[in-house]
Write a protein that binds this ligand. Structure first.
Ligand code: AMP
Length: 214
């Protein structure tokens, strides 16, 4: 493949779910900046504390810090033949930084917009729960686990409701998306590197559409 797949879509559009499927089924590494920042929670450093605070508010971490973790992670051998970026880039500066990274890594960028109407996003985000062991994503409305509150595969672990999936943070995240990230759709469109998939409907249908594009 040797491409950088950029999944662009609002919070709750299902980028993470689809990227995880691509990783499981096609072995393409999923690089999620949100997951990497959440993993920092276990560290007790001033930077880790600052990151958790910014995340909980729904605002963005600085472009410099974010680029550094993307650069480090994508320089590992598993990314040599390409990878999927989930939640990156989110600003014009990040998009520019990614251009130079792509050049350095001799990879093409292919952006895919995952489109979901606004009303649906709020419902998805406030209902979202995830397994702390395997990261599987559930939704109390649309994809409940077999037993309430626990993962199907890890019944010993209680599902987590993300700290930034409350209504206040969700509003901030959606506003940030509109202001800073959505313009990147035009940016990739204008350079002929964008395709779009419908992010509503059955998970397998969405995956099939995505799989065909890659
Ligand atoms: P996500 O899981 O992608 O919704 O990301 C959760 C939070 O992590 C965001 O609301 C930001 O605070 C932070 N974050 C994730 N990706 C980025 C990024 N590319 N740039 C800045 N902050 C990010």
């Amino acid at each position: 493949m040797n491409k950088i797949i950029v999944l662009i879509g609002a919070p709750g559009a299902g980028k993470g779910t689809q990227a995880r499927l691509l990783q499981e089924r096609r072995g393409i590494p999923q690089i999620s900046t949100g997951d990497m920042f959440r993993e920092m929670k276990t560290l007790d450093t001033p930077l880790a504390r600052e990151v958790q605070e910014i995340m909980a508010s729904g605002k963005l971490i600085s472009d410099e810090i974010t680029f550094k973790i993307v650069q480090d992670r994508t320089s590992r051998p598993d990314c040599q033949n390409g990878y999927v970026l989930d939640g990156y880039p989110r600003t014009a500066v990040q998009a520019e930084q990614l251009e130079s990274l792509a050049t350095e890594q001799t990879k093409m960028i292919h952006a895919i917009e995952v489109d979901v109407p606004r009303e649906e996003l709020m419902r998805r985000l406030t209902g979202r729960r995830s397994c702390p062991v395997c990261g599987e994503i559930y939704n109390v409305f649309s994809k409940p686990p077999r037993a309430e509150g626990v993962c199907d595969e890890h019944p010993e672990a209680l599902l987590i409701h993300r700290a930034d999936d409350n209504e206040d943070s969700v509003s901030t995240r959606l506003a940030t998306y509109d202001e800073l990230t959505k313009p990147l759709i035009d940016y990739y469109q204008n350079s002929g590197r964008l395709t779009r998939i419908d992010g509503t409907g059955e998970l397998e249908e969405i995956y099939a559409a995505l799989d065909k594009l890659i």
